[in-house]
Design a protein around this ligand. Structure first.
Ligand code: DX5
Ligand code: ZN
Length: 225
């Protein structure tokens, strides 16, 4: 699956920009929405009122990535609003198991994200309560950064836990995904790829999404062969 990140879109024209990457069937499977609070990360983007408007202007499922402090307090609102997937940061959540239950009770899939230097081992039990694991392949905060290859070790570990039945979740990767990096991520076992600048920086965003998907499918076929 490919989830274009609207962080790299024109914020004055978000609904057109969401439409520009297509939807399920042709183009984006999910739309990735980066919520930043200038506390958990140094950058500031948008919050719940904007997400509520985005939900009214697209049929494509929204994948909300909350780079915020106190997600236990704020994340369930995004689930209640109708986001398909609500991802919180492991480093910020106080009680990630209770939070996952609240997100699911509000009708969303629960996602847990780990920054590049956060080990996965500490969260193996917690992840049993989650539907997605978002492995950050850049330091969260900004689009257009360079892919950090060493996080693929965490992707491989998560893939093994899913394949052996210890976890039941989608493995998602975020940061620096483009036509040069997507193949190694796919071979490592990623299910869902977030891409911001590689999609919105392209002349034809739908073609860029389709190109990324084709490369990922090709590489994952090799990875599992
Ligand atoms: C970074 C965000 C990403 C960002 C990715 O903190 O979480 O979703 O939009 O942008 P690219 O694909 O340009 O690295
Ligand atoms: Zn993101």
């Amino acid at each position: 699956m490919i989830a274009p990140s609207i962080l790299s879109a024109d914020f004055a024209r978000l609904s057109e920009e969401m439409a520009a990457v297509g939807g399920p069937g042709r183009g984006a499977d999910w739309l990735h929405v980066d919520v930043m609070d200038a506390h958990f990360v140094p950058n500031l983007t948008l919050g719940l009122p904007v997400v509520e408007s985005l939900l009214r202007s697209t049929d494509t499922p929204l994948d909300c990535h909350l780079m915020i402090d106190a997600p236990d307090r704020w994340a369930p609102g995004y689930a209640e609003a109708g986001a398909h997937n609500v991802t919180v940061h492991a480093e910020a959540a106080e009680d990630p198991v209770a939070l996952a239950k609240n997100l699911r009770a509000a009708g969303a899939n629960a996602g847990l994200s780990v920054k590049p230097d956060t080990p996965l081992e500490s969260y193996t039990d917690v992840l049993k309560h989650y539907d997605t694991l978002l492995v950050m392949s850049v330091e969260p905060g900004f689009g257009g950064q360079k892919f950090i290859e060493r996080v693929l070790e965490k992707v491989r570990a998560a893939r093994r836990m899913v394949d052996t039945g210890h976890l039941n979740l989608l493995v998602e990767i975020d940061g620096g995904i483009n036509s040069d990096t997507i193949e190694q991520a796919a071979e490592a076992g990623v299910d869902c790829f977030v891409a911001g600048s590689a999609v919105y920086g392209a002349e034809d965003p739908v073609r860029a999404v389709e190109g990324l998907r084709a490369r990922a499918l090709d590489a994952s076929a090799h990875g599992s062969a």
